[in-house]
Design a protein around this ligand. Structure first.
Ligand SMILES: Cc1cc2nc3c(=O)[nH]c(=O)nc-3n(C[C@H](O)[C@H](O)[C@H](O)COP(=O)(O)OP(=O)(O)OC[C@H]3O[C@@H](n4cnc5c(N)ncnc54)[C@H](O)[C@@H]3O)c2cc1C
Length: 468
């Protein structure tokens, strides 16, 4: 008899877990609250323009390839991944613009013109971090890598690096502050400070120059679509508009999942792609070490987002960041028309304006204050440079993200701090309850689409091992 697995949530983590388990011979049902798969990585259409909901760039192609290969899908066969040449620029008041290109030489050359000596420093920094990244990469593909996993391949030499914050690693480069700001932009855009962020975020420039940055011809939203189709073909049953209300338990293990409509789904095992909501909501008020831990974790807000139609030139870079300084958070303008000119409709292109927010501050402001913050960002002039005309076709505040994507406390996941990375993210195999497994961004030392996909494979492997 096939064992029943219920996967809660068809985000990137739920999809790879479901597909991997179906291929291993389990009977898999996926319960998804929304009408479609993909979660935060899905898309939506407004006034004839297709938008990605959240993600806008693929920074870790090898990780996504690894996850796809692990579920028997060839990434390149299904998606046309377009390499981005001029990836991003960062502007700060009173400072020259810092440009990051896929080529390290071009990036360094431009830096050198502005800050003498910085070109060599940059190349040295990128070479050094690339070597550490290559050495530590195998750890990304293992569930809960502990201190022992640092012993192989000379990885112990990087223990000191792993114990530091992003800020402290960047400072060793001796690069000028505007360059450091540009290199830590992925931390700023996650609404975090480099002093709190983990050191592996320093690998991003090395990834940009060695692997490259990509955007699929069909948008990031095409990535979960490919997985969903493969899962259906492998026999996974999807139940859309079916929201799990409760994971039922008995004798210290999971027994079933109950939907908000009162329907029961019996389960030998459950994979939850719902992060902290698994412990805070789906398991009722049952006290557990994981619940206590989830209550205390600092959370990451999805921030505010305006989905725009813009008329004007689509000159690179693809991404334009503004770091206003002081207490103000970074902002980002995304223009998919740069890598994908086909997205043009008449004279108009889709674009997005993103404003990361501090989670606690967003909670304090409430839906009204969040909306006012987005209004303020929309009025700013910096992002309108080169845009002749624009209109907002849709918008989303953290409160709306929370409702539309069933996010616990309107948060996309716990913030990836250096402390959280050292202590270990939420475990793929629940330490509190037999038959419960977790996939998704809260379980991996990275929150990108690729890491969420990897997490599903790792959760499925824990489950498969226990049932073997
Ligand atoms: C604004 C923004 C920008 C981002 N930019 C990037 C980027 O450029 N590059 C990148 O790689 N990543 C980016 N990310 C991160 C990335 O999108 C996410 O980390 C990833 O998609 C999360 O996948 P997941 O499987 O963990 O969870 P989710 O996508 O949250 O999926 C969870 C799924 O579970 C469903 N669900 C929840 N509760 C229930 C329930 N009770 N019953 C049934 N179903 C339920 C939800 O509807 C959802 O479909 C961004 C995210 C945001 C919000």
């Amino acid at each position: 008899m096939k064992k029943n697995v219920v996967v809660i949530g068809a985000g990137m983590g739920g999809l790879t877990a479901a597909l991997r388990l179906a291929r291993e011979g389990f009977r898999v049902q996926v319960l998804e609250a929304r009408a479609e798969a993909g979660g935060l990585a899905s898309g939506s259409v407004h006034e004839g323009f297709s938008f990605d909901a959240g993600p806008y760039i693929l920074l870790d192609r090898p990780g996504l390839e690894w996850a796809f290969a692990s579920v028997g899908v060839e990434l390149g066969e299904h998606l046309e991944l377009r390499a981005i040449g001029h990836v991003y620029s960062v502007d700060s008041p009173g400072q020259p613009t810092v440009n990051i290109y896929s080529g390290d030489a071009k990036t360094a050359e431009e830096m050198e013109k502005r800050w003498s000596g910085s070109g060599d420093l940059y190349l040295r920094f990128v070479r050094k971090t690339a070597a550490i990244e290559a050495s530590l990469r195998p750890l990304l593909y293992g569930s809960a890598p502990g201190p022992m996993s640092l012993l192989g391949g000379g990885r112990w030499r990087h223990i000191g690096f792993l114990l530091r914050s992003l800020d402290s690693v960047l400072r060793t480069s001796k690069l000028p502050q505007p360059v450091l700001d540009a290199l830590s932009i992925w931390t700023h855009v996650a609404g975090q400070r480099p002093e709190k962020a983990p050191s592996p975020l320093a690998f991003v420039p090395a990834l940009v120059h060695s692997v490259g940055c990509f955007y699929p011809r069909e948008g990031i939203r095409a990535i979960p679509s490919v997985l969903e189709k493969a899962a259906v073909a492998a026999g996974v049953e999807f139940r859309y508009r079916t929201k799990a209300k409760r994971i039922c338990t008995g004798g210290g293990r999971v027994t079933a999942v109950e939907s908000t409509e009162g329907e029961g789904f019996s389960a030998d095992a459950v994979v939850s792609d719902c992060g902290i909501a698994t412990y805070l909501q789906l398991l009722g008020q049952e006290a557990s070490a994981s619940r206590t831990r989830c209550e205390k974790l600092p959370l990451q807000s999805p921030g505010v987002c305006a989905y725009l139609a813009v008329r004007g030139r689509m000159d690179p870079p693809y991404l334009r960041f503004l770091l206003p300084g002081g207490d103000e958070r970074c902002r980002l303008l995304i223009r998919p028309g740069v890598p994908n000119p086909e997205e043009k409709r008449g004279e108009w292109y889709p674009a997005r304006l993103l404003g990361p927010m501090d989670h606690l501050k967003a909670e304090r402001m409430g839906a009204g204050g969040q909306g006012e913050y987005l209004d303020k960002l929309l009025e700013e002039r910096w992002w309108q440079e080169g845009i002749e005309e624009h209109r907002t076709v849709a918008r989303r505040t953290p409160a709306e993200w929370g409702t539309e994507y069933s996010l616990a406390r309107s948060s996309m996941n716990p913030v990836m701090t250096a402390k959280f990375m050292r202590e270990g993210r939420l475990a793929h195999r629940s330490p509190d309850l037999r038959g419960l497994y977790l996939a998704g961004s809260a379980t991996h030392p990275g929150q990108w689409v690729s890491f969420s996909a990897i997490s599903g494979v790792l959760a499925a492997d824990c489950l498969e091992k226990d049932f073997a």
